[in-house]
Design a protein around this ligand. Sequence first.
Ligand SMILES: [Zn+2]
Length: 169
Amino acid sequence: MIYPIVKFGDPVLERQADPVTEFDGALKKLVEDMFESMYAAHGIGLAAPQIGIAKRLAVIDITFKEDPDAKLVLANPEIIHKEGKQSQNEGCLSIPEFREPVTRARKVTVRAQDINGQWFEKSGEDLLARAFLHETDHLNGKLYISHLSALKRDLMKRKIRKLMKAGQW
Ligand SMILES: [Zn+2]
């Protein structure tokens, strides 16, 4: 099932999501739906709040279907190590049409549970590190625009409010 992507302005994107506690068939179905919804929206990462579900769950595939082994499920993820710096354009399915350079750590280690509830650690560099940070932020109610300067962020919010008024958001 393909869920519509929740856009900026919906409070579900700006609250702390709740821990995943049941690693059952319903979770497996939700993860499948999240991958499907992410691919349909042409994304490489999706957090559950972005489909209106306030759970600490995210899916990532930075290869966009090219490598099945690149599909990652992160339940209850925590960033346990960060190093270096990178600055690249970043976007978000919940803030369509906008992209801004964001400085983040270049190498990141995440600790999370898989679909069966098994804890694992995984390190990523560059785009994967960025995806770990971006998706984990989502689960803490934080959007990438919070990493921009106040000036840039306010400008973006003004543009979004205009789109909302025009019924184009
Ligand atoms: Zn996002």
